[in-house]
Each structure stands twice: as C-alpha cells, then as structure tokens.
Write a protein that binds this ligand. Structure first.
Ligand code: SF4
Ligand code: SF4
Length: 243
C-alpha cells in the first residue's frame, strides 16, 4: 500500500490479537483543513500587490511588521526579531487564526490567496523565509506614489524605529537612566501621531497598522515592558511587576 502510512499503535488490537494499526491517508494536495492558517500568517510578497489592486487585500486585512520589530511565534511562543519589513495578513480579533479562515468553509479567498499560502504544502514543507529579503512586499510598493504617506512613514521611522528603541532598551539594561526618557518620547510620538494623522489627512483609524505598523504601546511587551497610564501621564513598567 504505497499511498498509505501505517503506524502500529499500542492503543488496541485488531481481530486475531494483532496490534491495531492507525491508518493515515498521506496528503498529496491541499484539503483546506486550515491547520496552517492558525499556525502562522503569510507574509506578502511583491507578486501579491495585484491582490491590493483587485481589492482582495486592503488596510482592513493587513498590517506591517517593521524592520527590527520583535515578533512572537504562534508555534512555540519564541520571540524573533524581524530582519526585514514585512506586510502580513491580520488575525481574527482575539484569535491566532487568519482573518480569511472560516471554520467549516476554509479560506474565503482560496482562489486569490497570497503566494506564500500557495507555496506552502504541509506534506512537503518549504522554507517560506527564503526569498523574503529580496521579494517581500513593502509599504513603499503600496504607497510609493503617495508622497504624503511616504513622508509620514519616513518621519515615523526617524522618530521611533525599532533600531532606536532597541538601542535605548540596551542602554537601559546597562543602567543608563536617560534611556527611559528616550523610550517614553518614542512611545509618546507613536501614540499621538496616529489620531493626529487620522484627523489631519482623514486616514481611517484601521489603516494605521499598515501605514505605521502596530502601536508601540502593544509591541513593547516583547521587550519585557508595558505602559501603564497614571492620570494624564504614561509610565513604563517591567512586565514582571504586573503580578
Ligand atoms: S496546506 Fe494547510 S490548509 Fe492545506 S491541507 Fe495542509 S495544513 Fe491544511
Ligand atoms: S489567506 Fe487563506 S490560505 Fe492563507 S492563511 Fe489565510 S485562510 Fe489560510
């Protein structure tokens, strides 16, 4: 039986006291089970730009991971630092499942799914990280012709890039108290620039995660800190002090 895996299991016996066999059909094509759709979300590649043009993708279902951002793996929970800017498909609110996945229905955009989803074959896994450095879709591919948005993105990177934030946390760990002020300045800028841009340029609120990446007040947890509010002021607290 070439197309079946047979694994002897200790769970029981077949007729004639033979050990029970667990029979697994070996997949050779996608059965749309959705397992991979809850294990990691695809990073978009330049060829996926057509999905923005056709309206399948938009700021409503995508967000940016900025260069140097710390990201927690859905699989084993380990934290890694993104070595390149990435645009990803959002998860459903409160669940680590792709926003396009519906239980019982599968992928809602299966015919138009992004290139990484097409390339992934759970029965023959490929390294999806390969080619990201050269081929990943970037904010400049989407907004390159809109000067005002590119200006906003560039200013934001100058004021609060993850490189700057990381350096400040390193100095804080070395006992340099001035680093706290620098970190708070970055948090303040990132927090206040979002509603300001909404109002000034009429940019929808949920477009901010694509234009500026996720709020620093959320992603700062991956540096081992959180931001708490004290009246009109924000304070930086180590996560351990939460308990
Ligand atoms: S590729 Fe993903 S959706 Fe398709 S069968 Fe494998 S785990 Fe399921
Ligand atoms: S776009 Fe479709 S195939 Fe890709 S992760 Fe989401 S639900 Fe799964």
């Amino acid at each position: 039986m070439k197309d079946k895996l047979q694994i002897l299991t200790p769970q029981g016996f077949e007729k004639g006291d033979k050990p029970q066999k667990m029979r697994l059909n070996k997949k050779t094509s996608c059965v749309r089970c959705g397992k991979c759709c809850s294990e990691s979300s695809p990073s978009l590649m330049r060829e996926d730009m057509t999905l923005f043009v056709s309206g399948v993708l938009s700021y409503e279902n995508t967000y940016t991971i900025r260069d140097g951002e710390r990201v927690r793996s859905k699989g084993d929970g380990s934290i890694y630092e993104s070595f390149v800017e990435l645009i990803k498909i959002r998860d459903k609110e409160g669940a680590a499942v792709c926003v396009f996945y519906n239980e019982g229905e599968g992928c809602r955009i299966y015919e138009n799914r992004p290139s990484q989803c097409r390339a992934y074959k759970c029965w023959d896994p490929v390294n999806l990280m390969k080619g990201l450095e050269e081929g990943a879709l970037k904010r400049s591919d989407i907004f390159g012709s809109v000067d005002v948005v590119m200006g906003i993105i560039e200013n934001h990177e100058v004021k609060c890039s993850y490189k700057k934030l990381s350096d400040a946390f390193e100095r804080l760990a070395e006992g340099n108290g001035d680093a706290v002020e620098e970190i708070m300045d970055m948090l303040q800028y990132d927090t206040y620039v979002r509603p300001f841009l909404e109002e000034k340029f009429n940019i929808p609120r949920n477009a901010m995660d694509l234009i500026l990446g996720r709020p620093l007040t959320d992603t700062i947890n991956e540096f081992g800190f959180k931001v708490a509010r004290d009246g009109e002021e924000y304070i930086l607290l180590p996560l351990e002090e939460e308990k």
